[in-house]
Design a protein around this ligand. Sequence first.
Ligand code: PMP
Length: 320
Amino acid sequence: MPVEIKDPHLPFAFFQGEFVPTQDANINIMTHGLQYGIGCFGGIRGYWSEEQETLYVFRLRDHFQRLIDSCRILQMKLRYGLDELVGHVLELVQRNGFRGDSYFRPFVYSSVHRLTPRLHDVDHEYALYSIPLKDYIDTTRGLKVVVSSWRRVDDDVMPTRAKASGAYLNSALAKSEAIQHGADEALLLNRDGHISEGSAENFFMIRGGVLHTTSITDNILEGITRRTLLQLAAEELGLKTVERPIGRTEVYVADEVFLCGTGAQVAWVQQVDGRPIGDGRIGPITARLKSLYLDIVRGKVEGYRDWLTAVALSRTAAVR
Ligand code: PMP
């Protein structure tokens, strides 16, 4: 089941060039970004360490680089550079003073109020908010995954390399179908029948001791967690890794399957289309990657501290 989040926002957001109460960060109903879904966004996690009184934000610059790349694909003008975007997050953390695991949602949207969906001759706005977030999906048990009847949009239909707002209709169709059929998550196929990804996660499987994932030309979002796990699997587990097209029934005979993403982290898959994966328990490689990943994001592994931006919060930090 998806994790229910009730009234989740933190008090301040960055909106139209300033920090304002989140409840006042609202847009006009005529806005292009809302009418046509013309926008792009990011999703970033911060992990709270009570001992250090510090929030560790994972691969912050890499997430903003992807947002900048999304803007290039969608011809969006982002008025802030990488350092400023990072600076807004640091200030937001201090202003909100929230001492717990957090999620940051930066986004850029077309802010004009006229008809005609288009990319040219429009204005853009940038906004950032944050919410408390623990699990996005329940990763304490194995996921039930079903292959979706909705195909993944092709990169030449809707750019999948951009984290484009409107393209999430494709994710929503697949996710709801999966949940409404009693599963936890969807696996989307490309038009050619090969695996693309989950509704908000990249796909991995282990076959014959080799870690496989779909290639970046398979209409996937180039996930930062995917990139992280590929590196860790090779460097820390000494695994051979392969990025290639993956057939549907290969998944049924895989030894281990997991999905990954900023939200999902490392989520092991217990069954696909009613077929148990491996022996129906979390596999050894998935378990090792999961615990290594969770240790790294929480600042417990010295060698990967470079991936973390540490934001120390003192008890008096919150400006309310
Ligand atoms: N694919 C899609 C469609 C996603 O929405 C996400 C979540 N951002 C991912 C993959 C995983 O990307 P990341 O690891 O960068 O969060």
